[in-house]
Design a protein around this ligand. Structure first.
Ligand code: SAM
Length: 201
């Protein structure tokens, strides 16, 4: 490993310390002092994005609108933009959002916390909301999920397997349909979706 890669890895580890389930967004913002802190350009993450798009296209070939939570620098946005003409991306980091705007010119991006979604995009609803590798930074996950359900009929969630176990309490099987895991070498992501049930008359 190059010395610069090693330094960046150590720095990321330090910045991420204590961020899980805590709402320590200042630290997450700090990560973006360097470009692509999560290595979203890597083959591994690009594989995850392609597989996520494949699953989403199986649920519906096209979406009227998509809200991408935790869009970062727009790496996944580039993929999601193929499924909609109306992509909204939200991230706590202003720097990340600036880069996302350049990377994915089709999207509309805002820097805000998910908890302040309406301040960013107003009181609109979305055909699909994606929350990939993002909910485990929130201090109040059930409240966030309830808020998202009020904005859409379809939510897609993916969680890195090592976090998925702790997250599973928020996604009961009776409500959340389990999809295939995404696998890349020894990394696994668990995927689920929630869809509003049709009211029977
Ligand atoms: C691990 S990255 C995942 C990025 C992308 N969703 C993906 O799957 O590749 C998590 C992203 O979520 C953002 N984030 C974390 N908590 C957030 C919150 N409460 N509101 C908006 N964005 C958040 C972080 O800044 C970071 O860019």
């Amino acid at each position: 490993m190059l010395e610069s890669d090693m330094i960046s890895k150590i720095w990321k580890r330090l910045m991420l310390r204590g961020t899980s389930f805590s709402g320590s967004y200042k630290k997450l913002r700090g990560l973006y002092l360097q470009a692509d802190p999560w290595q979203m350009s890597s083959d591994k993450e690009q594989h995850r994005f392609i597989e996520t798009n494949r699953m989403l296209a199986n649920l519906a070939p096209k979406y009227g609108s998509i809200l991408e939570l935790g869009c970062g620098e727009g790496h996944q946005s580039e993929h999601l933009a193929k499924l909609t003409n109306s992509l909204f991306g939200l991230d706590v980091s202003e720097k990340a959002v600036e880069r996302a705007r350049k990377r994915c010119v089709e999207g509309t991006f805002a820097a805000a916390e998910l908890e302040r979604l309406e301040e960013a995009f107003g009181a609109r609803s979305y055909d699909l909301i994606t929350a990939c590798e993002v909910l485990y930074y929130l201090p109040e996950i059930p409240a966030a999920i309830e808020m998202l359900k009020s904005k859409t009929d379809l939510i897609f969630v993916s969680n890195y397997k090592e976090r998925a176990e702790k997250m599973s309490q928020y996604f009961p099987d009776i409500e959340w349909h389990r999809l295939d895991d995404i696998t890349y070498e020894d990394t696994v992501w668990e995927c689920r979706y929630w869809q509003r049930r049709e009211q029977s008359t």
